[in-house]
Design a protein. Structure first.
Length: 276
């Protein structure tokens, strides 16, 4: 069932069998999204998926209007997964004209993606808080690929004392290792091949760490050297940080989040692994 208004979503929510699993998405679904849906389906008698391209998490240089969309395909995929409700609100429903309240998450949102995309996590946290309020899920499912987003949402849930369990689902990858992302569709064949350098760099860090290398700066440098050999790649950041605080590490102690953002041509991609 497709629901477009907040009032209808709240009314139908009362009829769902508990517990309710929820998967928030911006649509243009791929196997990574469907892995979240399948886990939600396996663990809950009722599943709600939202499709909402959130304008407030896009930066000034990011084109909200060009974000890929294919709602009919998305709905067909979700029907196959036996989703109970697909919530597809309009922008004016989620952000009415006098909307003024925002969720500021603090330090964990200020670095990495937060530093590269100012205001991004304010938009993410605000829209997720809105969706949680509307849908009242018992569990919500997020992918590990967006590791910092996952931390931001977990912190928001704790700080606001929200009654929802956040479930992290492992990153889903293509057979050659590229993390699945809606933005992969922007890549031409040459760029798609070049994009493998992200996973290659992360795999190198894992390999060196498992062989005994604990110097974080050495690992960052080895990753940098590898990526710079790819002419289509431009590094935004490479981070080796505490997996809970995102404080950068001098000595790698587990669990550590190794993450990076790299532009391949005009497309900015992110990926990460947790070592230890």
């Amino acid at each position: 069932m497709v629901v477009e208004t907040i009032a209808d979503m709240k009314r139908l929510r009362l009829k769902l069998t508990e517990p309710v699993g929820f998967v928030p998405t911006m649509g243009y679904l791929h196997e990574g999204h469907l892995a979240l849906v399948r886990q939600a389906r396996a663990e809950n008698p009722s599943v709600v998926v939202s499709i909402f391209v959130n304008p407030t998490q896009f930066g000034q240089e990011e084109d909200f209007t060009k974000y890929p969309r294919d709602p009919q395909r998305d709905l067909a995929l979700l029907q196959k997964e036996r989703v109970d409700i697909v919530f597809m609100p309009s922008v004016d429903k989620m952000y009415p004209p006098k909307f003024k309240n925002w969720v500021e998450v603090g330090k964990v949102a200020e670095r990495l993606e937060g530093a590269s995309r100012p205001g991004h996590f304010r938009g993410v946290a605000t829209v997720v808080a809105r969706l949680f309020d509307i849908i009242q899920p018992d569990r919500a499912y997020f992918g590990q690929k967006d590791a910092q987003q996952l931390l931001v949402i977990k912190k928001m849930v704790v700080d606001l004392n929200l009654s929802v369990e956040i479930v992290a689902v492992p990153t889903v990858r293509e057979p050659d290792g590229l993390a699945m992302s809606s933005r992969n569709t922007y890549l031409n064949p040459e760029e798609r091949k070049a994009a493998l350098v992200l996973y290659q760099a992360l795999s190198l860090a894992q390999k060196l760490w498992s062989q005994g290398e604990k110097d974080a700066e050495r690992l960052r440098q080895e990753m940098t050297d590898l990526i710079q050999k790819q002419p289509l790649a431009e590094i935004d950041y490479i981070s080796i940080a505490d997996a809970e605080t995102l404080d950068e590490l001098d000595t790698v102690r587990p669990p550590a989040l190794v993450s990076l953002a790299v532009k391949i041509g005009k497309t900015r991609l992110i990926d990460n692994v947790v070592v230890g």
